[in-house]
Design a binder for this molecule. Sequence first.
Ligand code: NAG
Ligand code: NAG
Ligand code: NAG
Ligand code: NAG
Ligand code: NAG
Ligand code: NAG
Ligand code: NAG
Length: 467
Amino acid sequence: MEMIGFAFLLLGLVSPISVASRIQASSELLDFEALNCRKHSAVLTQFGGKGDGKTSNTNAFQSAISQLSKVASDGGAQLIVPPGRWLTGSFNLTSHFTLYIHKDAVILASQDESEWPLIKPLPSYGRGRDDSGARFISLISGTNLTDVVITGGNGTIDGQGAIWWQKFKNKQLQNTRPYLIEIMFSTQVQISNLTLLNSPSWNVHPVYCSDVIIQGLTIRAPVDSPNTDGINPDSCSNVRIQDCDVVSGDDCIAVKSGWDEYGIAFGMPTQQLIIRRFTCVSPYSAAIALGSEMSGGIRDVRAEDITAVTTESAVRIKTAVGRGAYVKDIYVKGVTMHTMKYVFWMTGNYGEHPDNGYDPKALPVIENINYRDMTAENVTIAGHLEGINGDPFTGICVSNVTIGMSSVKSKKGPWNCTDVSGVSSKVSPQPCSLLPEKQPGTIVPCAYPEDKLPIDNVQLKTCSAIV
Ligand SMILES: *[C@@H]1O[C@H](CO)[C@@H](O)[C@H](O)[C@H]1NC(C)=O
Ligand SMILES: *[C@@H]1O[C@H](CO)[C@@H](O)[C@H](O)[C@H]1NC(C)=O
Ligand SMILES: *[C@@H]1O[C@H](CO)[C@@H](O)[C@H](O)[C@H]1NC(C)=O
Ligand SMILES: *[C@@H]1O[C@H](CO)[C@@H](O)[C@H](O)[C@H]1NC(C)=O
Ligand SMILES: *[C@@H]1O[C@H](CO)[C@@H](O)[C@H](O)[C@H]1NC(C)=O
Ligand SMILES: *[C@@H]1O[C@H](CO)[C@@H](O)[C@H](O)[C@H]1NC(C)=O
Ligand SMILES: *[C@@H]1O[C@H](CO)[C@@H](O)[C@H](O)[C@H]1NC(C)=O
């Protein structure tokens, strides 16, 4: 790693004495895992950064990354955020680049709206989600990148979102709230070993990306904060989400692919997604939601080793007439649940259209949905599976599932199924008649793919940062 030489060469401003004394004063060598290690390394303070929690570091981040982008084709660079509290507005990442956030560093999102420039709506949504206007750009943003890493020894990004939640609830915003991290049209993306707090809205939004690794994230927002989804893979391919732990005010993971006529026209699915070793608390939402925006299609999603405690549902499919496309080839196994309204929930009349231009003939195809090896306790409703009249959800399979009902169980019975078809095997309480027992007396397991997704062949390298 070329450290001093690079800083000296690139930044006439930095004297060799200050660099040398910095390295002498604190020579902490930290190892971390990344897609690629970088030839060049720099620290935010070399670009005028001040970690006092008060001074805006927007210029420091932007000029650091702009300088470091010049070595993208010469081995790339890493920017280290050292211990301190680093207030900042939005900044953009670059290719062949690593942002390393030290365990004692906190990136604090500015609460000043002027620090968040506006950008256009996403093409697959046609408008902002909160409002028909523009979107505030996300705190950490990246477009058209290759090989970008955001990681740390569990360093923190604090969105300080309370002011945004309040403005949203009071309808004081003309534009859609920012996210904490949004990476668009990029490939080879890693977001790992971070704590994300109090996002103004969604936390992590990879959109139109491929080859994405998200792991070791701790995400926290109040359970009543609006739309603080944890991780939203959106029109992305070949994605791995593992070892993450979310407590939030909306779906812990929401898999998406665009909205009604805009999503159908854009036509980019989310596919080849694996979620493993995932924990969720979210009393009013799902551990894993598929939709409701799914108009580019969602297929080949695998989820295993999931723990959901106090969530409204475990895996939920949300769709509507007008969405078109499909949710198919979904495989879930090994889910442990405690205190839920629904274990299984599918909703075909979710509604929420971007505008009146949606096509009422665009019916979503929901098929080949497999759920197995699950236990749940203290559940109100085992399954509410609601397809679309004239467009049934088909190929639903549920096997080896034991659901303990709470004493306040629904008077209407544990299952309610309409416009769906499928099979069950060794499920208690006994499913609705639309999911008949496949072979009474034996467990016939629902499908789960044996092959590996290509993202699981990616080996991370051990890199280091001198802080
Ligand atoms: C960041 O990228 C967006 C495009 O996604 C652009 O509109 C914005 O001007 C960029 N910001 C800076 C500071 O370069
Ligand atoms: C991303 O690439 C597209 C297509 O090459 C281009 O039109 C667009 O301006 C680029 N956006 C940014 C922010 O680099
Ligand atoms: C990261 O920090 C969060 C917040 O302090 C903590 O809850 C979590 O356990 C930490 N994760 C790891 C892997 O150390
Ligand atoms: C990152 O988190 C993983 C768990 O996802 C853990 O095994 C690994 O040790 C962590 N690495 C660092 C550098 O903190
Ligand atoms: C069971 O669920 C109900 C909500 O339906 C909740 O109020 C109660 O605390 C839960 N009981 C336990 C033991 O977790
Ligand atoms: C049934 O599911 C449990 C987990 O809930 C698992 O431990 C067990 O191995 C499964 N049994 C079969 C026959 O697959
Ligand atoms: C079953 O669910 C449908 C909506 O999907 C609802 O209209 C109906 O009332 C429910 N039936 C029972 C018995 O709860």
